[in-house]
Design a protein around this ligand. Structure first.
Ligand code: NI
Length: 392
């Protein structure tokens, strides 16, 4: 099918995609609990005909479109989960599930992939090979749904994989593409400083866990600034510090929690030891004890050169060279990386911010939303990139 005919065709599903997105937005479900979402996706896919459906895990869905001719197997992934945030938007399709909200755009991802599946299902006779649609649960909560789906075998026989994120800091009309490293490995840590509680007026009788904890936080900053190569990318952020109950009580312990972000596997492995050395040294110096827990999270998203080139060409051909935004990597995390362990893949961003429409709130904000005009762009990217990759 010629490119412009396909574009017109894509516009025909635009209304469906917006409707599906609004339905999902109104009915958000948390990670690993996407039961109604998965059922909605399954039922919608079934209505297209021509797809082989299965449920790889309790709350995920896979659809296989087997073309008439043999060829490559291309997988496209969309995540479906929402976040524990109480929505503050006021449009008429706000969350009907109090305290739960699609505040990252995964409702849009799911709707876009349904749209792509509908279009491609109609092209079944012309397809050489297979397009596999992966509707993934639980991107937001480690250990994540991607790894579970991979373990359930969804990547068996897959040659290439693509995925996207609607991105609010990129204006609608732009498509963000990155070669090589794109998103970091998000690891987490938890430190407990065990001091000795007592009266705040008699600190000499205590081992002050707050004062010691504050030094731990400060000294952890030396890892990035003084222990690792300035040319390596590394973040060590303390994001939670809990301790104390009243102005006149020194607490017996404090809890310090945070995240470490990196790309390089060797550097990543070295960080826990560097951190523990700081924690151990400072607590010992002041007569306190500690507990240190470190958890490796998702792998970094590293985009494959050849697949990314096809994505870049798709942007230029379907939109225009101006639509392309060659991105620097960012230190966010994504479990799309689990699929990239099994086949060369590329992850890209679909611009979904719109300052003129007031769509400016960041991801995970109670007033986050997407510009729905971006949905059509995402569908076009999925459909056209899949067709190009099948030919590649
Ligand atoms: Ni997200």
């Amino acid at each position: 099918m010629p490119q412009n005919a396909l574009s017109t065709f894509t516009e025909l599903v635009k209304e469906d995609v917006v409707r599906w997105r609004r339905h999902l937005h109104q009915n958000p479900e948390l990670s690993f609990q996407e039961e109604k979402t998965a059922q909605f996706v399954y039922d919608t896919l079934q209505s297209f005909g021509s797809l082989e459906l299965s449920r790889p895990t309790k709350t995920s869905v896979m659809a296989r479109l087997l073309g008439k001719q043999p060829g490559k197997v291309i997988a496209i992934r969309a995540d479906m989960d929402a976040l524990p945030i109480h929505e503050e938007n006021t449009f008429d399709f706000v969350s009907q599930n109090p305290g739960v909200m699609h505040a990252c755009g995964h409702d849009g991802h799911t709707a876009m992939l349904l749209g792509a599946a509908k279009i491609l299902a109609d092209l079944k006779d012309q397809i050489h090979g297979e397009v596999r649609f992966l509707f993934q649960h639980a991107e937001e909560l480690f250990p994540g749904g991607a790894e579970e789906m991979v373990n359930a075998g969804v990547m068996e026989g897959v040659d290439l994989v693509i995925g996207t994120h609607l991105w609010s800091s990129l204006e609608t009309g732009k498509i963000g593409v990155a070669y090589g490293p794109m998103m970091a490995a998000p690891d987490t840590f938890s430190i407990t400083i065990e001091g000795k509680g007592g009266h705040a007026a008699m600190p000499h009788q205590t081992v002050d866990s707050i004062a010691i904890g504050a030094q731990v936080v400060t000294n952890l900053q030396h890892i990035v600034s003084r222990n690792t190569d300035p040319l390596d990318n590394l973040v060590v952020s303390v994001s939670k510090f809990i301790g104390g109950t009243a102005h006149n009580i020194i607490p017996g312990s404090v809890e310090i929690v945070g995240t470490v972000r990196s790309f390089d596997p060797k550097l990543r492995e070295a960080v826990p030891e560097l951190m523990e050395r700081v924690v151990k040294g400072i607590t010992e110096a002041h007569g306190a004890a500690y507990d240190f827990q470190y958890e490796f999270g998702y792998r970094p998203v590293i985009n494959h050169e050849e697949v990314t080139r096809v994505i870049e060409e798709t942007v230029s051909e379907v939109f225009s060279p101006d639509a392309l935004d060659l991105l620097r990597p960012n230190m966010g995390g994504e479990d799309f990386s689990a699929f990239q362990q099994k086949a060369p893949g590329s992850f890209f961003y679909v611009g979904a911010g719109n300052k003129a429409k007031g769509i400016v709130y960041p991801h995970h904000h109670p007033r986050f939303t997407i510009d729905e005009d971006a949905l059509e762009n995402g569908v076009k990217m999925f459909v056209n990139a899949a067709l190009k990759l099948l030919e590649s």
